[in-house]
Write a protein that binds this ligand. Structure first.
Ligand code: SF4
Length: 192
C-alpha cells in the first residue's frame, strides 16, 4: 500500500490538513491519525482506521497506479469530447504594455480578412473529423478588440457556414480598455 501521489499534506497545529486533488476529499487529521497516516508500519495494526483512509483514496493498494488513472481519464475526456475548441489571434498588437507580457511589440502581426475562409475551413474540418456538435471559439491576443471588425466579420461568416446542428459560443481575452465603444455589437455576437 502507498499514500496517494495526489495527496496534499499541510501541517496544522498538532495535526495535518489532507487534501486529495483528484477526488477533492479534504480532512483534518488529529495527532493520532496524522501519525498513523504518515507511518506505513502502523497501517496493518489498525484495519478499521486503514479502511477510513482507503475509502477516501488517501491510501491505495499497490496495484493501483493513480498516475496512470489520471492519464487515462485525461485522454478519455480529451478524445471523447464532442467539443472543438479553437483559439484565434486576430492581432499580436496591443494598446497596453504589461511588464509580464510575452508579446513581441516591436513586430506585431495581424490577420487580414483574407484569412477568414481558411479559418472557417479549418473549423468545419475539425468539427467533421471529430464528429463534434459544439464549437468554442476564443479570441486571444495581443488585444483582440483592436481588430474588432475582423472578429465581427469572422463571426458573421461562420454563422452562415456552420451546419444547423452545431451549437457554438465565443469568448475573448481582453484588457477591456476598448470595450465600451462596441459593447452593443459585442453583445450581439455573445462575446460578453
Ligand atoms: S493587455 Fe495582454 S496582450 Fe496587452 S500587454 Fe497586457 S498582457 Fe500583453
Amino acid at each position: 500500500m502507498h499514500r496517494n501521489f495526489y495527496n496534499v499534506e499541510v501541517p496544522y497545529q498538532d495535526g495535518l490538513l489532507l487534501y486529495n486533488i483528484l477526488n477533492q476529499a479534504f480532512v483534518y487529521l488529529d495527532k493520532a491519525h496524522k501519525e498513523f497516516y504518515l507511518n506505513p508500519d502502523l497501517w496493518e495494526k489498525d484495519l478499521q482506521k486503514l479502511e477510513e483512509f482507503k475509502r477516501l483514496d488517501f491510501i491505495l493498494d499497490d496495484d493501483v497506479d493513480e498516475r496512470a488513472l489520471l492519464l487515462r481519464n485525461f485522454n478519455f475526456a480529451r478524445w471523447k469530447s464532442n467539443k472543438v475548441h479553437v483559439t484565434v489571434v486576430p492581432t499580436s498588437a496591443c494598446n497596453f504594455r504589461c511588464p509580464y507580457c510575452f508579446v513581441d511589440f516591436k513586430r506585431p502581426n495581424s490577420l487580414s480578412d483574407l484569412y477568414i475562409p481558411q479559418i472557417i475551413g479549418f473549423i468545419l474540418e475539425k468539427l467533421k473529423k471529430l464528429d463534434a456538435s459544439y464549437l468554442e471559439l476564443n479570441f486571444f491576443g495581443g488585444e483582440p478588440l483592436l481588430k474588432i471588425d475582423f472578429i465581427f466579420k469572422l463571426c458573421d461568416e461562420l454563422k452562415k457556414s456552420l451546419p444547423d446542428n452545431i451549437k457554438w459560443a465565443t469568448s475573448m481575452f481582453t484588457n477591456g480598455y476598448l470595450l465600451s465603444r462596441e459593447y452593443e455589437l459585442l453583445r450581439k455576437y455573445k462575446l460578453f
